[in-house]
Design a protein around this ligand. Structure first.
Ligand SMILES: *[C@@H]1O[C@H](CO)[C@@H](O)[C@H](O)[C@H]1NC(C)=O
Ligand SMILES: *[C@@H]1O[C@H](CO)[C@@H](O)[C@H](O)[C@H]1NC(C)=O
Ligand SMILES: *[C@@H]1O[C@H](CO)[C@@H](O)[C@H](O)[C@H]1NC(C)=O
Length: 302
């Protein structure tokens, strides 16, 4: 390398007037090089060629489905972008952050949300044909195709008639703590996006399900909380409700069981439209749980 630089300089200098001293010659070299290459080379190389920010909606979706799916995916990106912005603004000093992610560093959380909000959209696809025959199953709003198509998700007709738009946030009795994670199309689709390997990378997964279990996970295993799909959904809903939809108030609410035990007369439970409804939390305290309902229906108490 040491011999190379003078050789190049000499080669370049040989075509230029050699009247000035060494410093000025260097400047001439630079000028000539730029002048020679600039007109001839508008570079054809685009670093992000092939990438896309358009939602990949399969041709099997009809006009109605396409419009609703696009709206739902836009809602997912809006929720994720706000969740990211909240964490970028407050980091772990946010009460909401500590509630859902405990003592975890904030960077991974920012990353998952940013992937959903702004990540490349060319590597996965949403389709509307019932290609695997699962949409007939009661309550199925859609499914990741798994081994039949790892970067594909089917959205079933049920989703289009039941999932709410983000504008409904905190309306119609919805409360974060006891509402279904699929109540809003946007939060439902955050979950479905995280199942796509190109988004969730096989790392964003299921470590805890219900609201109460997610809060326990934050306290006990923050490193799992930051990559728990349901936690990422709950946090996005809770901060959007509080920061944006109903400012400085939100609609966190309480887990269903807790409300019953307090003899609440509030009978405004949000309709739970879907397959992925979390099991009702069974604890009296969000922080110190004694019982959990498992997905097989068994209740385990410590
Ligand atoms: C927040 O992050 C800082 C490092 O930036 C750390 O010292 C502190 O313990 C964290 N706080 C919580 C509540 O996790
Ligand atoms: C994959 O396809 C097979 C055959 O059509 C089907 O039985 C199975 O349920 C599908 N898997 C998923 C995850 O839908
Ligand atoms: C699109 O498909 C849905 C079923 O998901 C159906 O109810 C609707 O009528 C269809 N829309 C059009 C314009 O064909």
């Amino acid at each position: 390398m040491q011999g190379l630089v003078p050789t190049i300089l000499l080669a370049l200098l040989s075509g230029s007037p050699a009247s000035a001293g060494p410093v000025q010659r260097r400047q001439e070299v630079v000028t000539q090089t730029v002048a020679a290459s600039a007109p001839s080379a508008p570079t054809p190389w685009t670093w992000n060629a092939g990438g896309s920010q358009a939602w990949p909606i399969h041709e099997s979706c009809n006009a109605t489905e396409r419009a609703l799916l696009k709206k739902g995916l836009d809602d997912a990106a809006t929720l994720a972008a706000h969740a990211r912005d909240h964490v970028l603004r407050f980091g772990n000093s946010s009460d909401m952050f500590q509630k859902y992610f405990g003592s975890a560093p904030s960077a991974e959380v920012v990353g998952w949300y940013d992937k959903i909000a702004k990540g490349d959209r060319s590597r996965f696809k949403f389709r509307c044909d019932d290609v695997d025959g699962n949409c007939v199953l009661p309550g199925w709003g859609g499914h990741w195709r798994g081994e039949n198509g790892t970067d594909e998700t089917v959205i079933c007709p049920l989703s289009y008639t039941t999932r709410k738009p983000l504008e409904d946030m905190c309306g119609y009795g919805y409360r974060v703590a006891r509402g279904a994670l699929s109540f809003y199309f946007g939060s439902d689709l955050i979950h479905r996006l995280l199942h796509m390997p190109s988004v969730g990378e096989g790392a964003a997964e299921h470590f805890a399900d219900s609201y109460t279990e997610c809060l326990e996970l934050a306290a006990e295993k923050p490193a799992e909380a930051v990559r728990n799909s349901h936690t990422l959904q709950y946090f996005a809903l809770d901060v959007y409700a509080f920061d944006v939809a109903v400012p400085n108030e939100g609609c966190t609410g309480k887990p269903a069981r807790e409300e019953e035990e307090e003899g609440s007369h509030e009978h405004e439970s949000a309709p739970a439209p879907t397959a992925t409804t979390s099991s009702a939390p069974t604890t009296t305290s969000a922080a110190a749980a004694e019982c959990h309902t498992h997905s097989n229906g068994e209740v385990h108490c410590a």
